[in-house]
Design a binder for this molecule. Sequence first.
Ligand SMILES: Nc1ncnc2c1ncn2[C@@H]1O[C@H](COP(=O)(O)OP(=O)(O)O)[C@@H](O)[C@H]1O
Ligand SMILES: [Mg+2]
Length: 363
Amino acid sequence: MSASVAELQRPPAEIRHADELARLAETDQGHRPPGWRLSLQAVRAFVIGDERLGVARKFVGDPALVDRALVSLATSRGLMLVGEPGTAKSLLSELIAAAVCGTSTLTIQGGAATTEDQIKYSWNYALLVSEGPSERALVSAPLLRGMAEGLIVRFEEITRCPLEVQDTLLSPLSERALVVPELGAAGTVFARAGFNVIATANSRDRGVNEMSAALKRRFNFETVFPIPDFETELALVRQESERLLHASGVVAPPRRDVLEVLVGAFRDLRSGVTADGNPVDRPAAVMSTAEAVSVAHAVGLRGWFLRGESGGVADLAACLAGTVAKDSADDLTRLRRYLERQAKAQGDGPWRDLHEARHLLPG
Ligand SMILES: Nc1ncnc2c1ncn2[C@@H]1O[C@H](COP(=O)(O)OP(=O)(O)O)[C@@H](O)[C@H]1O
Ligand SMILES: [Mg+2]
């Protein structure tokens, strides 16, 4: 499975930002919690950026939230990041894991079909049959490895797992031990310093309310909110879409006016009210910053690969339909109404172009 980093579509954070992590480790003067590679200050600098050290901002959000998250991880409770889809919960968990323990890939993806085997351990059946249960026949899943090696384990979308599977985490988080009964007396793995769990949960999925009270007690909860102001969101969408377009071989940079309209429209549809205070019928689809980035990427791809230029407002209208109207015809109607009334009311230039491009919506 060898490929050069340049060939990877998305290397993990510890590889993407290896230089910054090395630099932070060199200059780090702070106290490190047991088992951590960096101090809290250095991890915070890695996540939210530090100009003095030449470290880029990666997560846009409240520094106090990052501090609370890190303090939670240094305690004996897990960290649960909750919020709307596309608010960078997964990104934040990846960045923190990369900085705290050097690896963000001990990840369990939660889903309806997640099993205990995928969380704790399974067996190499050929060895199990030939020599019986032994350490050699044991195949570690992320939780066992994280405990044995003192690393951060990420549990994505934990609330999508069946409740009894979620509860697999109870004794690892409270006793800090995992029993492998098949191995007899030697079968208890005790967690090393540095082990902890960062879970994420979308507030739109079956909620955290259903999670067992016992498990909830073992986590500190932090809510991640959408980016509050227009300019910050615009800057992020621009930076991320430039990066994605570059990686896709697109030479033309995204147009500022197109991005302004894109971010403005997303914010209107997300909040249900335009910047001037006019009500908007909100679609059921998630209008997150992450979706805005992916629409900006698609717009740039259309412009470049279809015509050899930056994507324009007409491309935006075409791409919006795919995001907003994913699974509901009503959403398409809402989007059409928005382009008919609100886009027109927002003024001239690109907003007018967007209004005029409404016939590009399918159906
Ligand atoms: N506050 C934010 N800071 C940085 N990137 C963000 C932010 N909000 C959204 N994004 C964008 O969304 C992407 C991350 O979405 P993701 O972590 O998958 O969200 P979630 O796990 O909350 O659904 C990032 O790669 C980035 O492009
Ligand atoms: Mg996620």
